[in-house]
Design a protein around this ligand. Sequence first.
Ligand SMILES: [Fe+2]
Ligand SMILES: [Fe+2]
Length: 207
Amino acid sequence: MTLHHLLERIVNDHETHAKWLNTLSYMENVGARKISACEHPTEVNLIQLKHAAEEHRHAHYLKKQILKITSSSCENYRKEYLLASLSTRQYLHSLDIKTCKYLQQNFSLTKEQLRYAAYLFVTYAIEVRADELYPVYQEVLTRCGSKVMVKSIILEEEGHLEEMIHQLDEFCEAWKIHAEHILKIENDLHQQWIKSISEEILKTEHA
Ligand SMILES: [Fe+2]
Ligand SMILES: [Fe+2]
């Protein structure tokens, strides 16, 4: 199932759509908390603060969108309120672990430097994905005439990607070579995640 096709199925079923929004909200929240966790207690700069604040806003905004389509809100991020909960939880966690492993093998970094480098590369990969996923989602929303809107998120994610590129430029001249590897890791995990969601939706449709 292509992403487009999958999103159409999701948007056309309110209950599934609510879970999808909650799943995205969960991922935004995990991302926000990861960014905050990577902050240096005293050296944290304006870009990092802005980034964390905006990811938290996305988590909150997506959660609020659920009320536009259904009254049965997804109260929290328990597995019954998420799509493919296991795969969803594993996605960012595995990306983190695999990225750290790669960075440790290719750089000699202190613990603090590793944390910052992981923040740069993981967040970069997530922003590349966000810049692909949200516009496709918005296109489907518009075409289906849904009240849900993610345009404000798209704008901010574009800004984030530029900011990550800027920070990576400062971190290491050859960052693009390394980023390629991280994007490959992310792509595999993303495929796995989409596959799990597709399977779950097909199962529900045939139930
Ligand atoms: Fe976001
Ligand atoms: Fe972002």
